[in-house]
Design a protein around this ligand. Structure first.
Ligand code: ZN
Length: 384
């Protein structure tokens, strides 16, 4: 969905705190590597001491390389999408790139998350569809970050000038770079994870390998939704599996396509983490899909004045088994009854923070946690 209003502020206190912390680590690492270079000229006891200190960053990087967790960052791009996944192997996938403009604000915010994860390039950038709030950040991103390959659903088929413009700007920005067109059933190779393409270009997968489709009891009550001829309906949707942990991101897929995917049989089963489709717009999150997915936790990537609509919020909030509904912003055009408690909101109204992100750490056992980087507080979701 295209945007309405959006904020244009740049760095926030939270981002700056993260940035300066990262700078401090860089400085320390530089200092240590200089010490290592001086070793031959130092006396033996000094040598031993320097080696002991120099061993520390090696230990840290070895720890990062052998970490047994999947990191998922829901980055605040003010009502667009930018979701960064970093596998235990260090391999990475970025789903969407946020908006253009604002002095590269969204690319900077992606880099802040990359820094937190300790990665310096992105292996795969997946563009769910060609709307500005998803593909618009690509030109700024490629100026700053090395990308292994770009993945998308193929041609823009939406008859609108802005989408034609955004699609052309995307193709221009990735000219000469590797691009792959995805279809339902394809996989994305991120070492340590299983990533299956569920939807793309209006089509959907019938069966996910290893999962037996089962009748979906929530289909009977689902109204028939009108066809949608925008790019939203062509969103790429993915299922990410890491051991027993399961995460779903369907971009901005709208209700008619959600129901086609999930009715009459549910080919996906249930998930642990649901990225609320379409930022919480009422055009998406049909009950037949949200209830059947039975998420434990949902993250809504709404803006202060974009999406996070009461009806979609209520559907997700009321879905069976949901433990927490996190939000990137207070939905300021909604009301208190349709916003989560402040502890679950990365950027509450009037808090002066902006750009704080939500960080998920998932283990193969199925347990995971969500950290609100504004408060530093973490909620644990132990394995079931
Ligand atoms: Zn969107």
């Amino acid at each position: 969905m295209q945007f309405t209003k959006r904020r244009t502020s740049n760095y926030t206190f939270t981002q700056m705190r993260i940035f300066f912390f990262s700078q401090a680590i860089d400085f320390r690492n530089q200092l240590l590597s200089r010490l290592v270079r001086l070793i031959p000229t130092l006396l033996l006891p000094a040598c031993a001491l320097a080696m002991l200190i120099a061993a520390q960053p090696l230990a840290v990087s070895a720890q990062a390389n052998t970490a047994k967790h999947l990191l998922i960052y829901s980055i605040d791009v003010e009502g667009g999408q930018a979701t960064l996944l970093v596998a235990p192997s260090g391999a990475s996938l970025l789903v969407d790139t946020g908006w253009p403009g604002a002095d590269g604000r969204d690319a900077q915010r992606i880099q802040t998350a990359m820094h937190d994860a300790g990665i310096f390039r992105i292996d795969h950038v997946l563009i769910t569809h060609f709307h500005t709030d998803h593909v618009g950040g690509v030109p700024e991103l490629v100026k700053r970050v090395q990308v292994g390959e770009f993945l998308d659903h193929g041609l823009n088929r939406e008859d609108s000038d802005i989408t034609r413009h955004d699609f052309a700007a995307y193709l221009k920005a990735i000219k000469g770079k590797t691009r792959r067109i995805l279809h339902p059933g394809d996989t994305i190779q991120v070492s340590g994870l299983q990533i299956t393409v569920l939807t793309a270009d209006g089509a959907h997968i019938a069966e996910v390998p290893g999962i037996k489709p089962t009748p979906n009891p929530y289909c009977a009550a689902e109204p028939k939704w009108p066809a949608d001829d925008t790019e939203n309906a062509r969103s790429i949707g993915i299922l990410v599996t890491y051991g027993k942990f399961r995460f779903i991101d369907l971009g901005d897929l709208t209700k008619a396509k959600e129901v086609e995917l999930m009715c009459p049989d549910n080919p996906i089963g249930t998930v642990d983490l649901y990225l609320v489709t379409h930022h919480g717009m009422n055009l998406s999150s049909a009950r037949a899909i949200v209830d059947a997915l039975h998420p434990r936790v949902a993250i809504m990537n709404n803006g202060a004045h974009k999406a996070g609509m009461p009806e979609a919020w209520q559907t997700v909030h009321d879905s069976p088994g949901l433990e927490d509904l996190w939000q990137l912003h207070t939905a300021e055009d909604s009301d208190a009854a349709h916003n989560s408690p402040a502890a679950l909101i990365a950027n509450p109204a009037g808090s002066a923070t902006d750009g704080a992100y939500l960080k998920v750490v998932a283990l193969p056992s199925g347990s995971f946690s969500v950290t609100n980087t504004r408060t530093g507080q973490t909620r644990e979701y132990p394995k079931k």
